[in-house]
Design a protein around this ligand. Structure first.
Ligand code: ADP
Length: 550
């Protein structure tokens, strides 16, 4: 950077030699000076290359580190907070915004610093040449600075608004792409198109405001510069007349003056980018300020082997203070028992699961596993002992073996066993590459039944004592359904199972059925007992909220 900067006054001095030599027709001197200038340029550009490449690495690392820490933060974010952030918006922040911050840091070191140094060194040279002339030049600087910073603030505001529009657009796009079948099914395309049109219109306007400000900035700053240079020429002529400067010195001075334009314009652009980068950084910081899952208690004990006894002791919970979702819920599940939860949607069944996984913590009452309060356990241990088979079998892309292991250390043998339990080994081994076959994004190259069995295998891999099962409501064909049921049956054996049940066969096999309504258990008993009782359960069966299976 220093080599690069010091070359500028050297070049200005050479210009001072060159211009009068050209005027005097001293061809030899012209030739020598041009050769020297070429050599200086060569050194300078080589230095610039070295500086740029040396700085690019660390700057990119900053982006990477930013992304890495924020993603780690995102993984621990509170689910309530996550729901409020749209996936598209988050994606934008972690890609575009993180890149922008890295770019600004790069620019600041790679461009802003040498520009500022160049300004100082060249100005120093000008003062040395003729301080009076330099003083006149310097008087123009505050005007430029004031203009620049005034504009900068406005550009920043406009840039922030326009970035917000982009992420809103991304949010809408994400929603639209995911919901496209639904939109088509409701023939809602015109409605969606209109929403989209409005959004892109807002986006265009916000961008336009930014661009207009930028467009205005360049001519204004450019005009001030031009006027300044003309003024300097005038004063310079007066100084030569007064004998304070010779023509060589004045040529060097003008060359040096021209060398100020570049760094000033770089500094203005970079200043704007710097402010845009600050807007990005602020948006990234917001992720950091979102609440995360509370850490384990410092005195949390390891769990050890688990029998699988679950107790809820007068548990009450609400996502917000004023709206209870679970109300004074008590229940006891012996190790190896199977309990079916039934009830209309919104009754609180999934919320109960979220308490058992400690995604949420009860405001009142206690949840106990083998007699130990979940709050006293380490989340990691708990989630090894309690496994979830979700309703929609989200399987990550990667190989089949990776999807089952899901980041846990597991031998091929253990993966195979889990697959066997889940009744998945048959179809996996029939694949050309077996356990190394690739699963595409969203599991698009596997059938629904296969994905469900993979999700079951993933759940049983660590041999959890407790299985939380959210039965799929979407109908599979009879054959696939039977394969999944077979896998589930094997997976459930000798485990405590809580199942959000939609199928008659499941509830008939349950040791206990709990009917949940508005966060309360309104009935409990076996299928036959509850049918005989003729209450809510029977109604649910008759309204076919519990299905006859496939
Ligand atoms: P179910 O699984 O029985 O359909 P849920 O447990 O999903 O019921 O929901 C119970 C109630 O809690 C519903 O009124 C639902 O709107 C509310 N609820 C569920 N999840 C959240 C959440 N993350 N934030 C706020 N309210 C929620």
């Amino acid at each position: 950077m220093l080599v690069f900067v010091v070359c500028w006054p050297a070049l200005a001095w050479l210009a001072g030699q060159l211009i009068p030599a050209i005027g005097a027709g001293d061809f030899n001197k012209v030739l020598r000076t041009i050769a020297a200038a070429l050599a200086v340029f060569l050194v300078q550009k080589a230095a610039q290359f070295g500086q740029d490449t040396l700085l690019a690495g660390p700057a990119l690392q900053v982006s990477q580190e930013l992304r890495r820490t924020l993603f780690a933060r995102l993984q621990r974010i509170d689910f309530g907070a996550l729901e409020k952030l749209s996936a598209g918006d988050l994606t934008y922040r972690l890609t575009e915004d993180a890149d922008r911050v890295g770019e600004v840091i790069y620019k600041t070191i790679q461009d802003t610093t040498p520009s500022a140094l160049q300004l100082v060194v060249v100005l120093g040279y000008m003062v040395w040449l003729d301080w009076l002339l330099a003083l006149a030049t310097l008087l123009l600087a505050p005007v430029v600075v004031l203009l620049v910073s005034g504009f900068g603030a406005r550009v920043m505001g406009a840039a922030e608004r326009s970035q917000k529009q982009v992420s809103e657009l991304a949010g809408l796009l994400g929603e639209a792409i995911a919901g496209l079948p639904l939109v088509r099914a409701f023939a809602a395309e015109p409605w969606l198109q209109q929403r989209f049109d409005e959004e892109i219109d807002l986006h265009r306007k916000a961008r336009y405001r930014t661009l207009r400000l930028l467009a205005l900035q360049h001519p204004v700053v450019g005009f001030i510069e031009a006027a300044g240079i003309l003024a300097v020429l005038l004063i310079g002529a007066a100084r030569i007349q007064a004998g304070g400067l010779n023509s060589q010195g004045f040529s060097s001075y003008v060359a040096a003056l021209l060398m100020l334009i570049d760094p000033i314009s770089h500094l203005t652009t970079n200043f704007n980018e710097f402010q845009q980068g600050q807007a990005s950084l602020r948006r990234l910081r917001q992720i950091e300020s979102e609440p995360v899952e509370p850490p384990d208690r410092p005195d949390a004990q390891p769990l050890g082997p688990v029998r699988g006894e679950l107790v809820l002791d007068r548990v009450s919970f609400g996502y917000t203070q004023d709206q209870p979702v679970l109300n004074n819920l008590s229940l006891q599940v012996e190790p190896g028992q199977m309990v079916a939860l039934v009830g209309p949607s919104g009754a609180g069944k999934s919320t109960l699961f979220s308490l058992l996984l400690r995604f949420n913590t009860a405001q009142e009452g206690r949840v106990l596993l083998d007699g130990r309060d979940l709050a006293d356990l380490r989340a990691r241990d708990l989630r090894q002992a309690v496994a979830l088979v979700p309703q929609r079998s989200n399987v990550f892309s990667g190989t089949v073996a990776e999807a089952i292991a899901f980041g846990r250390p597991a031998t091929r043998e253990q993966i195979r066993e889990a697959a066997q339990l889940a009744n998945a080994s048959g179809f996996i081994e029939a694949l050309p590459e077996g356990y190394d076959s690739r699963i595409e994004e969203r599991g698009s190259n596997f059938s629904g039944g296969q994905l469900q069995r993979l999700a079951i295998a993933r759940a049983v891999l660590g041999n959890p004592a407790v299985l939380l099962l959210d039965e799929a409501t979407s109908a599979l064909d009879a054959e696939a359904e039977e394969a999944v049921q077979h896998g589930l049956k094997q997976a459930m054996a000798q485990r405590t199972v809580l199942v959000i049940a939609h199928r008659l066969a499941t509830v008939q096999e349950a040791d206990q059925i709990l009917v949940l309504e508005s966060g309360r258990i309104v009935e409990r008993g076996s299928h036959n007992q509850l049918m005989a009782h003729g209450g809510r359960y029977r109604e649910l069966c008759e309204r076919q909220l519990i299905h006859m299976g496939a």
